[in-house]
Design a protein around this ligand. Structure first.
Ligand code: WT7
Length: 656
């Protein structure tokens, strides 16, 4: 396909019909929408039946005390048993569960379901010997190595809720999570490989423990995997090597059953205030919807598919669509440790060709960066094994959708644009690859059993062809249950905006097109989406203001062709800081990096004399966004001092 035909395609409103063969053999047919609409609870009960329960539920949904839901009330199960042991018992112990691919080109390891059972059992026994039991919070801060999955499943197996903290987060960010979660133990590694070099993780854990301790919570033990072999500080009272306690533990372990509502994990995510929210997911409903949607949306055939999701296990996508959903379905998957461009830019495509990946799930930001590098790189690899492509994390622009389908998918593969959130736990809005004729850029419709709508300020559904706020109008099995330790914040954040209607407010704006299909447009609150990572403007502002030279800061998400949005900060320095000195922008940017992590680093920091505020003192971010996106500044009549925008626009713009 030439570049010319590619660009012509962008201007047509083609719908991509499901391939006939795929449609004929699809796991889920169009009738599922009607079945679910006729009996939503019955539909989810049937989905739950796909799991192994040791005690059947008495009631599908308890919504007597909204917004606090209980699903599969009275039911009992073990998540690790469902993800591992039952596949071995069904005779599939020899099936590869994980094709692990290390970043160094010669490192790889295949782990069968039988191997996984032994590894998870060992890790569960080791955790027990370290004093961890049901209900004890465990934090996991690791690179993309198999032990990260063993650790998560071992926690699930013994009923210890985990929180996985993305390895790119700083010691500060980890420390505040350890404290909030009251982690008793941290699983980590000496380091991991990123772009060809071994970077350290353990020192951040040591520092984070001190931070947590100063805030009043002591972490008891740290379990350390040796990955890179680099030198690490070791405190014998606290630290213990994985190879000492796990490798010597028994590979046999009898799983205990837990209540359907037992806490499975907490995932911290950025909200509209400075403090990250601990999103709580529980056991039965979460696993039901993860497993079902993974099978439905990717039309998964566990006997023949090789699945690959490129997310990091430190995000919700890694939880639901690397660990829990795929393993519950017993599929073979790829787990890749490193970056897409190491040791060379075709690494991902090489992996797809080598492992004969059939279903591939990644983010628009990655697709855009490959587009920029040119199709010659993927074209060098045979990717004819691919049959379905998925997208997640941010709106996929039509150009990227078309390129993904044509260049990666050889114009054969449906692209499923999946909308969901940390809070929803599983995919909510997406085409079905064997049913839906996809439109480039649209997430299409709510999945069977899910009900979404677009409403106006009053909570009234908008007509076709209009935009508004995206809401979810009925409870769903994998919904968050609360914010860890803060029920009130849970109510306020998600359920107060449309309280009268009882709708869940997702925080996204969306459009319903003339056919009623949904186009998610992005956040309508103070949350940014940078390369599919969720960041809070307020959190970055707080980080900036904690620097001794900073008096005030305002952060906006400016549209960026590569990362979707980019962080742009406007900073007022303290009087005694003068002009901040040479390199002030870099100094502040490094400060954000140590406070939160590299992903929060501003693209640009502008030192300004004032910030635009309304008479009531609210920062007008809309105007700052105009400056950041180099647009003519909009209506300034509500500013307390309307001359400020001229000062800011003339201000010293410093890129970092
Ligand atoms: C926010 C949730 C879903 C797991 C990864 C991100 C945005 C996510 C899409 C999509 C448009 C999307 C939304 C959402 N988002 N998927 N397919 N189309 N926007 O999870 O960090 O909780 O972020 O990501 O803005 O609210 P998250």
């Amino acid at each position: 396909m030439t570049e010319e035909t590619l660009s012509n395609l962008l201007h047509e409103n083609r719908r991509f019909e499901p391939p006939a063969e795929l449609a004929a053999a699809a796991n889920v047919k169009a009738s599922a929408y009607d079945d679910a609409a006729a009996d939503r609870e019955g539909f989810w009960a049937a989905a739950a039946e796909r799991l192994a329960w040791t005690k059947k539920w008495d009631r599908v949904l308890d919504w007597d005390n909204p917004p606090f839901a209980k699903w599969f009330v009275g039911g009992e199960l073990n998540v690790a048993y469902n993800c591992v042991d039952r596949h071995v018992e069904a005779g599939n112990g020899d099936r590869v569960a994980i094709h692990w691919v290390g970043e160094p080109a010669d490192e790889a390891r295949d782990i069968t379901y039988a191997d996984l059972q032994a590894e998870v059992s060992r890790a569960a026994n080791a955790l027990t010997s370290l004093g961890i039991g049901k209900g004890d919070p465990v934090a996991i801060y690791m690179p993309m190595i198999p032990e990260a999955i063993f650790a998560m499943l071992a926690c699930a197996r013994i009923g210890a809720p985990h929180t996985v903290v993305f390895g790119g987060f700083s010691a500060e960010a980890l420390g505040s999570r350890l404290e909030d979660f009251k982690a008793k133990l941290v699983v980590t590694s000496d380091g991991g490989y990123r772009r060809g070099t071994a970077s350290a993780l353990k020192p951040a854990v040591d520092e984070a423990r001190q931070i947590s301790s100063r805030a009043g919570h002591d972490v008891g033990r740290v379990l350390v995997v040796r990955r890179t072999g680099q030198e690490v500080a070791f405190d014998e009272d606290v630290d213990v090597w994985w190879h000492d306690v796990v490798d010597s533990a028994s590979p046999e372990h009898t799983p205990e059953s837990f209540d359907s509502e037992h806490p499975l994990f907490v995932m911290y995510t950025s909200g509209t205030t400075g403090k990250p929210k601990g999103i709580l997911h529980t056991t039965g409903g979460y696993l039901t919807q993860c497993a079902f949607t993974h099978w439905e949306v990717f039309d998964l055939k566990p006997e023949t598919d090789v699945y690959w999701c490129t997310a990091d296990i430190g995000w919700i996508t890694g939880h639901s669509y690397i660990v829990y959903g795929p393993l519950a379905n017993g599929v073979t998957q790829v787990l890749y440790e490193g970056t897409p461009d190491s040791p060379e830019r075709g690494r991902w495509w090489q992996i797809i060709a080598d492992k004969k990946v059939t279903v591939f799930y990644t983010a628009p930001t990655a697709i855009r960066s490959f587009m920029k590098q040119g199709r010659e790189i993927p074209d060098r690899h045979d990717m004819s094994s691919l049959r379905i492509l998925g997208s997640v994390g941010e709106p996929i622009n039509p150009e990227a959708y078309i390129w993904y389908r044509l260049v990666i998918g050889g114009d054969r593969t449906p692209v499923v644009d999946t909308w969901w959130q940390t809070e929803t736990g599983a995919i909510m809005i997406s085409p079905l690859p064997g049913v839906t004729a996809g439109k480039p850029g649209s997430a299409m419709t709510a999945l069977p059993g899910v009900s979404a709508d677009v409403v106006n300020d009053e909570g009234v559904p908008v007509p076709h062809g209009s935009g508004g706020y995206l809401v979810l109008t009925s409870p769903w099995p994998s919904m968050l249950r609360t914010i860890w330790g803060d029920d009130q914040r849970y109510i306020d954040t998600y359920w107060s905006r449309f309280r009268d209607q009882g709708f869940y407010f997702a925080g996204d704006g969306a459009k319903k097109d003339e056919d009623g299909d949904l186009w998610v447009l992005g956040r309508v609150d103070d949350v940014m989406n940078v390369s599919g990572h969720r960041l809070s403007t307020t959190e970055i502002e707080s980080a900036l203001v904690s620097h001794p030279k900073v008096a005030e800061a305002a952060v906006v998400g400016a549209t960026d062709p590569d990362t979707g949005q980019a962080v742009v900060a406007f900073v007022i320095l303290r009087e005694n800081a003068g002009d901040g000195g040479e390199g002030i922008a870099k100094e502040l940017s490094d400060h954000v990096r140590t406070q939160i992590g590299p992903i929060a680093k501003p693209r640009q920091i502008m030192i300004v004399p004032e910030l635009p505020k309304t008479r009531s003192g609210k920062i007008m971010r809309r105007l700052l966004r105009d400056v950041a996106e180099k647009r003519e500044v909009g209506d300034t009549t509500t500013l307390a001092d309307s001359t400020i925008m001229e000062l800011i626009s003339a201000g010293q713009a410093t890129s970092t």
